[in-house]
Design a protein around this ligand. Structure first.
Ligand SMILES: Cc1cc2nc3c(=O)[nH]c(=O)nc-3n(C[C@H](O)[C@H](O)[C@H](O)COP(=O)(O)OP(=O)(O)OC[C@H]3O[C@@H](n4cnc5c(N)ncnc54)[C@H](O)[C@@H]3O)c2cc1C
Length: 388
């Protein structure tokens, strides 16, 4: 067993340390407060070739895997520059295309994705189904001429406004007409400029550059060339995008946790309020920070294990769920104990701690809420009965 990173992996992990000298947390926060994409940062990341980490070199990518994508995200978040867009585009969409798309589809999307000319969003969540994706009711019905007509509604679709294409998970056969509940799902690459697509903003209550949208599909014409994988068999490949989502978001949480703790330690070593002693000398301040740091590092290890399993083609669900659970909790504890350490300053814009809380707290609820993650572990890893 070797816990050392290769030279290339270290370079990817440390990229965040380098780029944050130019685009630091305050830069990110400026865009987060405006709800706008940090364009110069994306341009730099794109020029430096990181959008295509999970894309084979033949299609313009770096030919690396989930592990490197995770390290990239974690390295950025370590420096307070977490980017949700890297989750939906380069990881969920481009990663799945690279693994399962036809040659034609790869050529159509991946080179443009790597250069940032084509941007993606990922759409599975629906208002009435929520966490229970089996019950989604959006449907692409065959039109009788080899094509499909898509109707339905998606919610909380990150960056749907800037995406050229949405990777849409929908039914092609209604739930009532399939023998197995996971049958009848199809994944489409939907051109967001098509007639019949409209969207409305869902304003969220925490600062984040990426915006969330409700997307409506009203009789949108699709062709067989828009299908990723096989018609009706979308569920079979779905977890090759949902597990990476959980893994990379683990890196976002552990990275933010480290960033918050680093800031808290600097503050705690400096701030003196009793007897000329730094507050960091009190165990009441130290222990929550030390516990959070331990949780962050444990979660980070599990995320690497999940990424490793995914890259090896091994079942990664168990580790991905555990990593996401542990990382969200660790990130929340880290930011919360950092805020406490900063006292009143934890709530000021100047110190920038509280503005991280919303993002790590989100990860307890999304992309799969803590309870469903624990349900999965209880049932599928531990063999306990299903309760819902
Ligand atoms: C900022 C943001 C960005 C997002 N981006 C995307 C995106 O890009 N694409 C996309 O498709 N979706 C996206 N989502 C959607 C997200 O994945 C869902 O919000 C999430 O899966 C939870 O679904 P829900 O909101 O319908 O909650 P519900 O399913 O209504 O669940 C509500 C709560 O009930 C509890 N619960 C539900 N079922 C159970 C159970 N069986 N056992 C125990 N407890 C249970 C949980 O505590 C859960 O938090 C995003 C959401 C947000 C907030």
């Amino acid at each position: 067993m070797d816990f050392n990173l290769t030279q290339e992996q270290r370079m990817i992990y440390e990229y965040g340390d380098r780029i944050s000298k130019q685009f630091d947390h305050n830069y990110w926060r400026g865009y987060a407060e405006k709800g706008e994409p940090p364009a110069e940062l994306y341009k730099q990341i794109t020029n430096d070739g990181f959008l295509g980490i999970m894309v084979p070199e033949a299609y313009g990518g770096a030919g690396q895997g989930m592990t490197e994508m995770l390290l990239f995200m974690e390295g950025l978040a370590n420096n307070g520059i977490p980017l949700l867009n890297l989750v939906v585009g380069p990881t969920m969409t481009m990663g799945l295309l690279a693994k399962h798309a036809s040659e034609d589809m790869k050529r159509r999307f991946l080179p443009g994705g790597c250069t940032g000319e084509i941007k993606f969003c990922f759409a599975i969540t629906e208002p009435n189904a929520g966490s229970n994706s089996i019950e989604i009711t959006s449907i692409a019905k065959p039109d009788g001429n080899g094509g499909f007509r898509l109707n339905g509604q998606k919610v909380f679709i990150t960056d749907a406004n800037c995406a050229d294409y949405a990777m849409v998970v929908t039914r092609t056969t209604p739930r009532a007409d399939v023998r197995k509940k996971t049958d009848g799902f199809t994944i489409f690459m939907v051109d967001m400029k098509k007639e019949g697509i409209s969207k409305t903003l869902i304003p969220v209550a925490f600062p984040v550059p990426e915006t969330q949208w409700q997307v409506f599909f009203d009789d949108v014409a699709l062709t067989e060339a828009d299908v990723l994988g096989e018609v009706g068999k979308g569920f079979n490949i779905l977890f090759d995008t949902l597990n990476p989502e959980r893994i990379i978001l683990s890196g976002l949480c552990t990275g933010i946790g480290r960033f918050a703790l680093k800031k808290a330690v600097a503050y705690a070593n400096d701030r003196k309020v009793f007897n000329n002693t730094p507050i960091g000398a009190y165990q009441g301040v130290q222990h929550p920070l030390a516990m959070a740091r331990s949780e962050v590092e444990m979660a980070s290890l599990m995320a690497v294990k999940a990424a490793w399993a995914f890259d090896q083609g091994l079942p990664a669900g168990e580790f991905a769920n555990m990593a996401k659970y542990a990382a969200a909790e660790a990130g929340i504890h880290a930011v919360d104990s950092a805020i406490q350490c900063f006292g009143g300053n934890g709530f000021t814009k100047e110190y920038g701690m509280y503005d991280l809380y919303g993002l790590v707290r989100l990860l307890r609820t999304a992309p799969l809420n803590r309870e469903m993650v624990l349900n999965h572990i209880a049932e599928h890893v531990m063999g306990l009965p299903r309760s819902y």
